[in-house]
Design a protein around this ligand. Structure first.
Ligand code: NAD
Ligand code: MG
Length: 392
């Protein structure tokens, strides 16, 4: 690994973004934040740029560019805005690795650009692989770029696979906390409010992934993500509920051995492992004392109370644009749920309805994904406009 690595951090103002900056702040001899980007939190982006002094700052919302320029150009920081700038900023000669920590579909274009120009990627944005896993794999095959997973489960699997023969893998066991509704009755879940869904038992994350954890669609997405990252058939990837979130995932081998990676629920460990190209960084995250945990428990996931889990098997069987449609409908539904416009149970219904009314594209290219994403969003929005608002 070279001396100081230059990072393009996409989504710097979010949960993963700020934790990545915590690592960069504590290890300045190893890492430099060279590009910082944000969606719309311009004040936070300005504050971060004042501290980290990147070469370039990019904001998704073009109307916020004048403010960004006014504050940062006097400091010699180049300021850009819009989707093209967000994608292109990863390709500058000085960038060694792009950390994709934006939320949702917005991660796809910058990831594809990074692959195009042979940059390494620390991938937090799982939606990239959910939406277009096949395309990403195809593009990776012709590129020198590598993907290092940031998602804690996939980092755990990568750690368990280190030094192993991948042909000896029997199953990947992706652990799930079960979310805030793990013990709730179906009716309570269907009518849950945003405040309930945002009360994650173990992790403090952005709002969208927190709601996805409550519906367990996040786990379905992680099964899809694991399939594309580790080339394991979907039938050999399973979710296991582990409410303590201490085991971050496991690999079962053909000789009967099961390897697990344990640690406190602290994303700084998988972030450091990813940007360090799978080398460990001392004191990256909180240390764990295993003797403080009297019990680590496991349960089978309940596909009836959490029907979104079933979308993983469906998407990996049907392929094509199925997962792209699921993701788009979910993004629209989660945003509506957070605004109090629909009930929690309507998230599943919106995805199922959108799938039913979307055209299937068996072998999508990039433009097909763009069109399918836009179409599914419009269909999901149309359905939501007819639903009853939540009573929260
Ligand atoms: P967040 O909502 O806290 O932050 C999202 C970031 O993306 C912000 O900086 C925001 O300004 C930016 N952004 C939002 N919309 C954008 C757009 N359209 N264009 C450009 N930038 C945009 O989200 P998060 O919790 O940090 O999650 C980021 C990604 O990491 C998600 O894909 C999530 O699934 C994944 N992830 C998060 C965690 C976690 O602990 N937070 C764990 C595993 C994986
Ligand atoms: Mg995860």
């Amino acid at each position: 690994m070279k001396g100081q690595k230059h990072i393009a951090l996409l989504g710097a103002t979010g949960s993963i973004g700020l934790q990545t900056l915590d690592i960069i702040r504590r290890f300045p001899e190893r890492y430099k934040a060279t590009v910082l980007t944000a969606g719309s939190k311009v004040d936070k982006l300005i504050e971060l740029c004042r501290e980290f002094k990147p070469r370039c700052a990019v904001i998704a919302r073009e109307d916020l560019l004048p403010r960004l320029k006014f504050e940062l150009e006097p400091l010699g920081i180049e300021c850009l805005a819009g989707d093209n700038a967000l994608a292109d900023c990863v390709c500058h000669d000085d960038i060694d690795i792009a950390v994709t920590a934006t939320v949702g579909y917005s991660g796809l274009a910058p990831t594809l650009r990074a692959i195009e120009c042979g940059k390494d990627i620390a991938l937090a944005n799982k939606e990239t692989l959910v939406v277009a896993g096949e395309l990403v794999k195809k593009r990776l095959a012709g590129s020198s770029s590598r993907i290092f997973p940031v998602d804690s489960e996939h980092s755990a699997i990568a750690q368990c696979l280190a030094g192993e023969d991948s042909s000896m893998v029997e199953r990947l066991l992706i652990t799930a906390s079960g979310g805030p509704f793990r013990t709730w009755e179906p009716e309570q879940i269907a009518n849950a409010c945003a405040a309930d869904a945002l009360r994650h038992p173990n992790w403090n994350m952005g709002q969208k992934i927190t709601v996805d954890s409550a519906s367990m669609l996040n786990k379905a997405f992680e099964i899809i993500e694991a399939h594309y990252l580790f080339d394991i058939e979907p039938e050999r990837i399973e979710a296991v509920v582990h409410p303590q979130s201490i085991i971050h995932s496991m690999v079962e081998f053909k000789d009967g051995a099961v390897k697990a990676q344990l640690g406190m629920p602290d994303m700084r460990l998988p972030i450091a492992y990813a940007i360090g190209e799978h080398h460990r960084l001392p004191a990256a995250a909180k240390t764990m004392r295993i003797e403080d945990f009297c019990k680590l428990t496991f349960e089978k996931p309940d596909y009836t109370r959490f029907p979104c889990l079933g979308f993983a098997a469906m998407a990996l069987k049907e392929r094509g644009n199925t997962a792209c449609v699921i993701n788009a409908a979910n993004e629209i539904a989660v945003a509506a749920f957070l605004r109090g416009e629909i009930k929690f149970g309507d998230i599943y219904k919106t995805i199922a309805h959108t799938l039913e009314h979307s055209d299937f594209i068996p072998a999508p290219d990039y433009s097909d994904y763009v069109a399918s994403n836009a179409e599914a969003r419009a269909k999901a929005s149309e359905l939501i406009s007819k639903l009853q608002p939540s009573c929260c």
